[in-house]
Design a protein around this ligand. Structure first.
Ligand code: CO8
Length: 255
């Protein structure tokens, strides 16, 4: 197995473990990731942490050795499959955190971009170097990177294929925070900042923000009003507002 699904307290942890290839995404790895994300989606974890085994790499991208000699339709099918696996991650019912513990290149950075949040060790290096292989990103990089860092920076990163260090990644909004020490421990602490909130509200908020960059403002405002109205229908909203008025801590139950 190249992918381990474990539990750290109330959080699920998916670890890529193919260290001899810097945790590169072979088709087996992608299939195992799909299974793991399905399992997490059906479970009761309050967040998912995604990381790479070893101190060197989060994930060095698609397995370059498996990318040659394929037919056109196999290439198209592989890109669609990789995208569908990352879509599972992007749409999980709970937030996800990429704990970037080293190199995150190509499909590896695309994996991180499909997570709700990205935190990185100070030695992490990131980039979309596909152009150096005569390729362009295929697992969502051309779409999710500009949404994260803006069109100008995304164009520069993708067309130059250059490597971004952790400090720059933080400055341009590619990662949310730099971390020290054990990446999973750091991700657990990070997750604790939101994990006591109700999952329905977290999900509605995430979905509303994601739609912001897909539709014109007037449509987005309608979506926000609809999702906001939905949030009011939850038991968690009743509990949250009552707790405020009773001057106590809210106990959300994901209902
Ligand atoms: N795929 C396969 N094997 C890899 C990969 C990879 N992406 N990255 C590293 N490895 C292997 C190396 O071949 C090497 O194996 P071996 O010891 O058997 O030769 C081992 O991992 C260690 O790698 P290095 O010796 O190169 O380690 P360094 O510390 O010297 O360098 C780097 C680390 C800088 C990360 C370097 O390995 C590197 O540049 N890797 C490639 C990064 C890259 O280009 N990633 C993008 C790949 S393309 C992609 O992700 C998307 C394509 C579009 C997909 C479309 C759908 C089908």
């Amino acid at each position: 197995m190249n992918v381990h699904l474990t539990r750290r307290e109330e959080f699920a942890v998916v670890t890529l473990d193919r260290q001899q290839a810097l945790n590169a995404l072979s088709s087996d790895v992608l299939r195992e990731l799909a299974q793991a994300f399905d399992q997490v989606a059906g479970g009761d974890a309050r967040a998912l942490i995604v990381t790479g085994a070893g101190a060197k790499a989060f994930c060095a991208g698609a397995d370059i050795k498996g990318l040659t000699g394929r037919s056109l339709s196999a290439q198209r099918g592989d890109a669609a499959f990789g995208q569908s696996v990352l879509a599972k991650l992007d749409t999980l019912p709970m937030p996800s955190i990429a704990a970037i513990n080293g190199y995150a290149f190509g499909g590896g950075l695309e994996l991180a971009l499909a997570c709700t949040f990205r935190i990185a060790v100070s030695t992490a290096k990131m980039g979309l170097p596909e152009i150096k292989l005569g390729l362009i990103p295929g697992y969502g990089g051309t779409q999710r990177l500009p949404r994260a860092v803006g069109e100008a920076r995304a164009l520069e990163m993708i067309l130059s294929g250059r490597t971004v260090d952790a400090e720059e990644a933080l400055r341009i909004g590619l990662v949310h925070r730099l971390i020290a020490g054990d990446p999973i421990e750091a991700a657990v602490s990070y997750a604790r900042e939101f994990s006591a909130f109700g999952l329905p509200a977290l999900r509605l908020a995430r979905d509303a923000v994601k739609r912001a960059l897909e539709v014109p403002l007037h449509e987005g405002l309608k979506i926000e009003a609809d999702l906001n109205t939905l949030a009011f229908q939850t038991e968690d909203a009743v509990e949250g507002m009552n707790a405020f008025m009773e001057k106590r801590k809210a106990r959300f139950r994901d209902r």
